[in-house]
Design a protein around this ligand. Structure first.
Ligand code: SF4
Ligand code: F3S
Length: 106
């Protein structure tokens, strides 16, 4: 499955959801998760993300492996999102920030 990683936290641009053919994105307060049981590995979402937050599970960057389990876990309870929405007002302040896991809201 594909995995949403650190760059998405507090940016949440949601361009990714528009292209997913199986609607497997789930929405949290400041992050999106992909349901690994639904993702068909089409890779279409990767190019849509302005901050490059989406990777195939086997290519998740070193240090971000926790996001693999997090996507699976969070996708179970978060609601589906299929239409793009406005990003957080301060998204630009967070686009270059690393190690944002501590800011991820459940
Ligand atoms: Fe959806 Fe394809 Fe991205 Fe999986 S890889 S989340 S199926 S757009
Ligand atoms: Fe997040 Fe990128 Fe989608 S910031 S919401 S993975 S477009």
């Amino acid at each position: 499955a594909y995995v949403v990683t650190d760059a998405c936290v507090k940016c949440k641009y949601t361009d990714c959801v528009e292209v997913c053919p199986v609607d497997c994105f789930r929405e949290g307060p400041n992050f999106l998760a992909i349901d690994p049981d639904e993702c068909i590995d089409c890779s279409l979402c990767v190019a849509e993300c302005p901050v490059g937050a989406i990777y195939p599970e086997e290519d998740v960057p070193a240090g971000q492996e926790a996001y693999i389990q997090l996507n699976a876990e969070l996708a179970k309870t978060w609601p589906s999102i299929v239409n793009r929405i406005a990003p957080p007002a301060d998204h630009a302040d967070w686009a270059e920030v690393k190690d944002k896991l501590r800011y991820l809201e459940r």
